[in-house]
Design a protein. Structure first.
Length: 151
């Protein structure tokens, strides 16, 4: 049986997060359309997209790789929300709901990553040892790709 991303709570939370980001950024000034609005929306959309792509992969290692990428996009989004507060585009109170959604998604994402790393998710193979190993494998793969590409 293949794992469906539609069944994953983290994917559902990430899709809800995208909706929240779109609603939030719709209130930004028009001069931010190609700045923070665009960056935040792209980071937000990247989260459920990478979860879905990883869930469609065959191996645990590949799935974990995409979850790590999604977690990076989530950290990027959290940073951008902080920047909007420091620039006065949002108040701390206005940013609270989106920050709570980010924290919830991060928690679910980390839990799924631990589950995959511990071999507790069926339908995928090649379990990595732990989160640190997944991150190491991810970084190693990127370094190998960068070193082998000729531009």
């Amino acid at each position: 049986m293949q794992l469906s991303h539609h069944d994953l709570d983290v994917w559902k939370a990430a899709v809800d997060l995208v909706q929240g980001v779109y609603e939030l950024t719709a209130r930004f000034p028009t001069e931010e359309k190609y700045g923070l609005t665009n960056q935040m929306r792209r980071a937000a959309v990247s989260i459920p997209s990478n979860i879905a792509e990883g869930a469609a992969r065959v191996s645990r290692r590949e799935f974990a790789h995409y979850l790590v990428v999604a977690r990076g996009s989530l950290a990027e989004l959290e940073t951008q929300v902080r920047i909007t507060v420091s620039l006065g585009l949002l108040s701390a109170a206005e940013s609270r709901p989106i920050n709570e959604a980010i924290e919830r998604t991060f928690s679910l994402l980390s839990g799924l990553l631990r589950a995959i790393s511990g071999g507790r998710v069926s339908g995928v193979s090649e379990e990595p040892a732990d989160e640190a190993e997944v991150t190491y494998q991810f970084l190693s793969a990127n370094q190998e790709e960068e070193g082998s590409t000729t531009e």
